[in-house]
Design a protein around this ligand. Structure first.
Ligand SMILES: [Fe+2]
Length: 386
């Protein structure tokens, strides 16, 4: 019975496509314009017909997630994707990978992941996921390995699993799970305070702020429907509520997560389930990236999938893409209108300008884990690993 229900749900998700169109032209003043038919992310299920002037583009970010190096076939797929991103580096400002870098959190897998990532000449922004911490294994063993490799790659020295960096002067805050559940994250009061302080600093004058975490927020991006039978997979409810409360005080905040393996999905899931991989909650744009190294189980479920996020002065366009083949998935284009024009504080000419990351605190003392609420909802332990 469970298998039949799973099959039905997967079929529904697979059908959750809607044909969108993209064309490229030149305006009267010589600027390159793109015309999109995109899913309008404004709380409804409508479509957006827009022309964007490429000269008004402020930022371009590629996002791939859940690379799961160590899983069957993942290394080859991810290597191809990184090579493509590197070949187009002149047109992007940053690469973001929000966790589950590896499949099991073992040392050889991290070595392989960063070996592949080093073929990208920029400094990608990486978060760790539940699989990087060993998932159902002991987090005490795998967490230090994950942090060691992250520190080596980012050139920092910190035992915190959260840090901040920037893209063209725009604040990027990377969050990390400090709990030990394989299928729901919690973060300490210290980390929440860090987030509050960093986002306040970064969001001045309407500057975009990017928050990266492996876990989506509870009840966003279809997390309730992403794992059939036993649903969910997100930060705990109270952690999610606190994060959203902090972020919703500012315009132009983007929360980018992975974990769900929910693929690129769209109009049907929005209509039937009120769910989509790009949503707005209390003014915060919540983006859930599909798995790149493994197949997905909603909408477009192929491996090698990711997103290109383009920030313009009045909107953000998110385009689904198969980075392995290079194909733009024009059925999965999302239009997020902005209420406040973003200001790029460190706007500089040229490609990727990520700067050195800032460790979470000046202290390298042990992380004091104090989950926001010890009780929470209590059902996370039953959920399947992403
Ligand atoms: Fe994953």
């Amino acid at each position: 019975m469970k298998k039949i229900l799973c099959a039905i749900l997967v079929l529904i998700m697979t059908l959750s496509v809607f044909v969108c169109c993209l064309s490229i032209g030149t305006s009267a003043d010589g600027n390159i314009t793109k015309s999109f038919s995109a899913m309008l992310i404004d709380g409804g299920t409508g479509m957006s017909q827009i022309d964007v002037d490429e000269s008004q583009k402020l930022l371009t970010v590629d996002i791939i997630s859940d690379t799961h190096i160590g899983a069957s076939g993942a290394s080859g797929v991810v290597r191809s994707c990184i090579q493509r991103i590197e070949s187009e580096r002149g047109s992007i400002d940053a690469l973001i990978i929000p966790g589950d870098l590896t499949n099991g959190g073992d040392e050889p897998e991290f070595a392989e992941f960063y070996n592949i990532l080093n073929t990208y000449s920029g400094s990608a922004i990486v978060a760790n996921g539940n699989h990087d911490y060993g998932s159902f294994s002991s987090t005490d063993i795998h967490r230090p390995i994950a942090l060691k490799y992250r520190n080596q790659y980012k050139g920092i020295s910190s035992d915190k699993n959260y840090y901040s960096t920037d893209i063209k002067g725009c604040k990027v805050i990377v969050l990390g799970d400090e709990g030990n559940k394989p299928n729901s994250g919690t973060i300490s009061r210290e980390q929440l305070d860090y987030l509050r302080s960093e986002v306040a600093e970064g969001a001045k004058d309407g500057a975009p702020v990017f928050v990266i975490a492996h876990w989506p927020l509870r009840n966003t991006n279809g997390e309730r429907f992403s794992w059939p039978i036993i649903p969910g997979g997100a930060f705990s409810k109270n952690t999610s509520d606190e994060i959203l409360s902090i972020l919703s005080a500012y315009p132009n905040v983007f929360y980018i997560s992975g974990h769900l393996h929910a693929g690129l999905n769209g109009r049907l899931t929005r209509t039937i389930l009120n769910a989509c991989c790009v949503e707005k909650h209390n003014g915060v744009t919540c983006i859930n990236a599909p798995s790149c190294g493994k197949s997905n189980h909603m909408g477009y479920f192929g491996k090698g999938t990711g997103m290109r996020m383009s920030v313009y002065k009045d909107r953000v366009i998110i385009e689904g893409r198969n980075y392995e083949s290079g194909e733009w998935l024009t059925r999965y284009v999302y239009d997020v209108p902005l209420s406040v024009e973003p200001v790029i504080p460190g706007e500089l000419p040229g490609p990727a300008t990520e700067t050195d990351p800032v460790p979470a605190t000046s202290s390298d003392a042990d992380v004091s884990v104090s989950p926001v609420t010890p009780t929470d909802t209590g059902y996370e332990d039953l959920r399947p690993a992403a």
